[in-house]
Write a protein that binds this ligand. Structure first.
Ligand SMILES: C[S@@+](CC[C@H](N)C(=O)[O-])C[C@H]1O[C@@H](n2cnc3c(N)ncnc32)[C@H](O)[C@@H]1O
Length: 475
């Protein structure tokens, strides 16, 4: 392991020279290679990671890389492409874990073609042998007088109704049983999804099985009754449900075609021995990463608690309900957001005890306006502080941390997370090297959303971002 040097001056020089729009990436294709395999909320576009990595590599040595809020794995893919020895990522959303694994796994072009052909043949066969089952389901539901857009009846009992239907055909097709399944999925859609899923699950090779599950996950989201383009879980209007009849197989093939191109491109571009560790783990713990081992960290943490900012868990539910990932029981899936940073409110009589004067001032102002919101906000920063402590423990002396953070406004009080991070880091031996402001024309997230969860109610939550560069100044 090479000794890391302090390269503050060189980095500062470079950052100063960069044009103001250097970090905008407006109009660029940010979905190349495996970056485009699956949607995810608030993805940080890959050129940010790539450019930071290039700049740091020009001046210093990097062998190990960490993204402790890896999300869909953008940073891990870039770390692997950069050819580091070891790349680590953690996240508490099971969907993030699956996506990060698949996006960083090279599949050989020849094998991809073979597996793809086999999969399609098996799907076609299954659809032919289940033709009657699929063609008659809508009549069966209509004859029973069920309204497929109703919350009660089909909405709540879809599992029981479908089981009875399948029994009339002596079909052994297993169907999932998550809460309000019929509210989110139509009858034929459920049967078709299950047929495809069963075939994918028969694939023995785990890497291929996971790759196809990612295609399936995008499909499940798309063919569900959820509104596209929303991160929170809202259903399409009741009156639109009856006419929404997606062809599950066609949609699946579309995602498959797209993703096969991307995974093949990744194979062409990525031929190195970089080892990737993807862990389902809380950033406040980070047992999966050895102490004093990381040379470079780049991450975009959440902007605040999931409830009032970006609901990663809620976004992932239509996929997670179907994926049977072993990381969590089906009942726990609806709790993902509560486990993320800021997921649990602090007590009503809390005091601001974190070492940041900027935060203290903001909390005081929010508290005067709305104690409840102040509890959410403080809880987020308390968790972020814990995450900074555990991350820094994993980092080496003179290693660099790049925090890409958004400053949001709560109760008309601006939360200067860039300054707060820098102040919180001091007690862990972190020094601020530079603070780069950036516009976010490309950020895949709404700048307005509804903190109250009410459809149509919007407030501005975020306008710009900062890349805060910190160096660990302690052995
Ligand atoms: C802004 S997103 C990261 C996006 C990522 N850079 C990408 O390109 O997809 C923040 C991520 O932090 C994760 N997260 C929030 N709290 C966490 C915690 N306590 N431990 C681990 N991950 C957490 C969320 O699940 C989410 O995936």
């Amino acid at each position: 392991m090479a000794v890391l040097r302090n390269i503050d001056e060189q980095l500062t020089e470079e950052f100063k020279k960069l044009p103001i729009d250097y970090w905008d990436f407006e109009g660029e294709d940010t979905k190349e290679l495996t970056h485009g395999l699956h949607n995810y909320p608030a993805v940080m576009v890959y050129p940010i990671y790539r450019n930071i990595i290039d700049i740091v590599k020009r001046h210093g040595e990097v062998e190990t890389f960490l993204d402790p809020f890896m999300g869909s794995g953008t940073g891990l893919v870039e770390g692997k492409l950069a050819g580091f020895n070891k790349v680590y990522g953690t996240d508490l959303n099971p969907l993030a874990v699956l996506l990060s694994k698949v996006k960083t796994t090279v599949l050989k072009e020849d094998s991809v073609d073979i597996q793809d052909k086999l999969l399609r043949e098996n799907i076609e066969q299954a659809f032919v042998s289940s033709k009657q089952l699929l063609d008659n389901i809508d009549n069966y539901i209509a004859e029973k007088g069920l309204d497929v857009s109703a919350k009660d009846g089909w909405g709540s009992d879809a599992h029981v109704i479908l089981r009875e239907y399948l029994d009339t055909y002596n079909s052994g097709l297993k169907i999932p049983d998550f809460k309000n399944m019929g509210y989110w999925f139509k009858p034929r859609v459920i049967l078709e999804l299950q047929l495809i899923k069963d075939i994918i699950l028969q694939i023995e090779n785990e890497d291929f099985r996971n790759f196809f599950l990612v295609c399936f996950s995008e499909t499940a989201r798309y063919v569900s009754n959820t509104r596209n383009g929303e991160f929170k879980l809202f259903r399409i209007k009741k009156e639109k449900v009856a006419d929404f009849n997606p062809d599950v197989k066609i949609e699946f093939y579309k995602y498959l075609d797209r993703n096969i191109e991307k995974i093949k491109d990744f194979d062409k571009r990525c031929n190195n021995d970089c080892e990737v560790s993807v862990a389902f783990e809380d950033t406040r713990i980070l047992d999966s990463v050895p102490d004093n081992s990381i040379d470079l960290m780049i991450t975009s943490p959440p902007y605040g608690d999931s409830k009032t900012t970006v609901a990663y868990g809620q976004f992932s539910r239509p996929s997670l309900w179907w994926l049977d990932l072993e990381l969590m029981d089906i009942e726990e899936l609806n709790q993902v957001d509560n486990n993320l940073l800021g997921g649990k409110k602090v007590d009503k009589d809390f005091e601001c005890e974190l070492s940041s004067r900027t935060l203290e001032k903001a909390i005081k102002e929010i508290k005067e306006k709305d104690l409840d919101r102040a509890r959410d906000v403080y809880s987020f920063y308390e968790d972020l502080d814990k995450a900074m402590e555990s991350i820094t423990k994993k980092m080496r002396h003179n290693s660099y941390q790049f925090w890409v953070v958004g400053n949001r406004t709560v109760k008309e009080v601006k939360l200067l997370t860039n300054e707060i991070i820098s102040e919180l880091g001091e007690k862990y031996g972190l020094v601020e090297v530079y603070d780069i402001p950036r516009n976010i024309p490309n950020k895949v997230m709404p700048s307005r959303n509804s903190p109250t969860n009410e459809t149509g109610k919007t407030v501005s939550t975020m306008t710009n971002e900062h890349i805060v560069v910190l160096r660990k100044d302690r052995e």
